[in-house]
Write a protein that binds this ligand. Structure first.
Ligand SMILES: [Zn+2]
Length: 437
């Protein structure tokens, strides 16, 4: 009994010093979708920003849990109705909020409300204060305040939702990914978008390939990584298609009456994907791949997602010179990603977004990962948000999960306490520094 008490005390003490160390170590955030700060003051309301008040913070990803808990589309529209008062908006979501407040998504948002706005609990009594605080915090310079001062994040990687590559006004804080999904998917909409962004006309397959070259030449040395999120609509198996086959599909696509069936579109994308991989290799850019769970409502083909890890093996072998970052730990198939990173020297995993999809699964995942895989193969945090305010809650959950993982490994005797400071520094900062330029 005496022994047990002593052991409990030691456990509490070890958790406390590890927590302090995790709290004070600056974090590199390897995945966000933050828009440029002035966009938040533009007043533009569109599909990306359906409002400019506190319900915006539910967009990623609490809305999906509210939907899963039973909230209807009509109620969602009411929640975003600019003419409804904050109290009425809260009463729309209240029955569903009560059902989800324990999930990672909702806990992250609650922490943001508490740490950023000083609101202990969202209710009909506090919602008007929340509405005011939202606007008080959102003022010029708030990206620096939220990320650096509140979250102790030294830099973020941004996959822009505004441009294929964003030439940011804050390059020291917001490092940018070069998105290749638009360049490889190559739909008519993508072609129009590229023409507009680059101010040119695409009329042949050669033009398209030259445009890809131009993106890499112009932005390849500024980008931290290449980002591909095609796993949202296709598998990650890319056939080696011959150029003339891809060119024929492209001609069909831009013909006066285009018809490119799913097979034609896939052949074209397969070719272009490999084309971009060779470019990434030339520019020594790591390639970040979306794997696993979907940010969506009632739409997730698990068979395809389950195969992500299997499909990725071929890419890892085809491109030994490219470091691949497997995002979101491939949740819910994360065990396979431990095996991939243990086996292949060019496979890395990123816990971005995953901490809030399922915090407890991430604690288990990270503990198992560290027992099997070299410690340089994991990136520890990415908020995956469009609105910077949301990062606060997610970063707090990631720090709590990291603390729990490391202290539990120490307590169970799998990790020496003396190795903890260096390991934490590696996980929270050094891995990102080593992998990305
Ligand atoms: Zn993302």
């Amino acid at each position: 009994m005496q022994d047990l008490k002593r052991k409990d005390k030691m456990a509490i003490t070890s958790k406390a010093w590890i927590r302090d160390l995790v709290e004070e170590t600056p974090l590199i955030d390897t995945h966000e979708h933050l828009v440029e700060e002035p966009r938040r003051f533009s007043g533009v309301i569109d599909t990306m920003f359906r409002c400019d008040d506190w319900p915006l913070l539910f967009r990623d990803y609490v809305l999906e849990d509210l939907h899963s808990a039973g909230m209807s589309t009509v109620e969602e529209e009411q929640f975003y109705d600019p003419d409804l008062s904050s109290v009425d908006k809260f009463s729309v979501i209240s029955p569903y909020w009560e059902r989800i407040r324990h999930t990672g998504y909702a806990q992250a948002l609650s922490i943001t409300f508490r740490e950023l706005y000083g609101i202990a609990s969202l209710s009909s009594n506090t919602v008007e204060e929340l509405a005011d605080k939202y606007h008080q915090v959102k003022k010029p310079g708030f990206y620096n305040y939220v990320l650096k001062d509140v979250c102790r994040i030294s830099e973020c990687h941004v996959h822009s939702v505004e441009r294929i590559f964003m030439e940011t006004a804050q390059p020291a804080l917001l490092k940018q990914d070069l998105s290749i999904m638009e360049l490889t998917r190559c739909s008519l909409t993508d072609i129009r978008r590229v023409e507009e962004e680059m101010g040119l006309t695409i009329s042949s397959f050669d033009d398209w390939l030259k445009t890809i070259d131009t993106y890499f030449e112009r932005f390849g040395t500024k980008a931290v990584a290449v980002k591909y999120q095609g796993a949202y609509y296709r598998g990650l198996r890319f056939a080696h298609v011959e150029r003339h086959v891809a060119e024929k599909q492209f001609k069909t696509l831009i013909a006066p009456r285009p018809y490119l069936g799913p097979e034609g579109a896939q052949a074209l994308e397969d070719y272009l994907f490999h084309y971009c991989m060779k470019k990434a290799q030339d520019f020594k850019l790591p390639v970040k791949l979306h794997t696993g769970y979907y940010a969506a409502k009632s739409n997730m083909p698990l068979v395809r997602i389950r195969d992500n890890a299997v499909d990725v093996c071929r890419l890892l072998e085809d491109y030994p010179g490219i470091n691949f970052v497997l995002m979101h730990i491939g949740y819910p198939y994360q065990d396979e990603y431990i095996a991939l990173c243990k086996q292949y020297s060019n496979a890395y995993v990123d816990l971005c977004w995953a901490w809030i999809i399922n915090p407890v699964a991430c604690v288990r995942f990270l503990a198992e990962f560290l027992m099997a895989v070299p410690a340089n193969k994991v990136l520890i945090f990415g908020g995956d948000y469009i609105a910077v305010e949301n990062v606060v809650g997610h970063a707090a959950i990631a720090r709590a999960g990291l603390t729990e993982t490391i202290s539990s490994l120490v307590e169970r005797g799998w990790l020496g306490a003396e190795n903890v400071p260096e390991l934490l520094d590696r996980l929270m900062r050094r891995n990102a520094h080593e992998l990305f330029r």
